[in-house]
Design a protein around this ligand. Structure first.
Ligand code: DQA
Length: 154
């Protein structure tokens, strides 16, 4: 096991429908495929993934509250809540850990309303348009970031 604590993998509304939802935009992989892929990558680094998907803003916020003190980083695809939710953004800063915001599609090349994110200003990094590989990229980044923080720790 590495010294890096668990990473919370959060997925917002409609991402449970990955694979069947607009496959021309989001691809054919299911959310289970994505979680398995991230899990395999995490296992190679000896890092634990805690994954949670909900269509409910309340459930996502409650999950963040429960994570206080228990996680080292957050990977989140806030989905539609990206563009609407001040409350989710407020909850995301509570655990006070690095956050990577992931979008499967390139939100900047789509409708105008998808260009604004309430989450990006409080995220350490933002990934968009890499397809589901974006989740793996987010994890690799967090492992590197959190690993280097360990090195400089007293
Ligand atoms: C998304 C982009 C959002 O605009 C959209 O509401 C989603 C998915 C993405 O992964 O590309 O549900 O976050």
């Amino acid at each position: 096991m590495s010294d890096i604590g668990p990473i919370l993998l959060l997925n917002g509304p409609n991402l449970n429908m990955l694979g069947v939802r607009q496959p021309e935009v989001y691809g054919r992989e299911t959310l289970s495929d994505v979680v398995a892929l991230v899990g395999e990558t995490a296992a190679r680094h000896g890092v634990q993934i805690v994954d949670f998907q909900s269509n409910s803003e309340e459930a996502l916020i409650n999950r963040l509250h429960e994570s206080l003190g228990n996680i080292a980083g957050i990977i989140i695809n806030p989905a539609g809540f990206t563009h609407t939710s001040v409350a989710l953004r407020d909850a995301l800063v509570i655990p006070d850990v690095p956050i990577v915001e992931v979008h499967i599609s390139n939100v900047h090349a789509r409708e105008e309303f998808r260009r604004h994110s309430y989450v990006s200003p409080i995220a350490t990094a933002v990934v968009a348009g890499m397809g589901t590989f974006g989740y793996v990229a987010a994890l690799e980044f967090l492992v590197r970031l959190l690993g280097s923080q360990d090195e400089v720790a007293p």
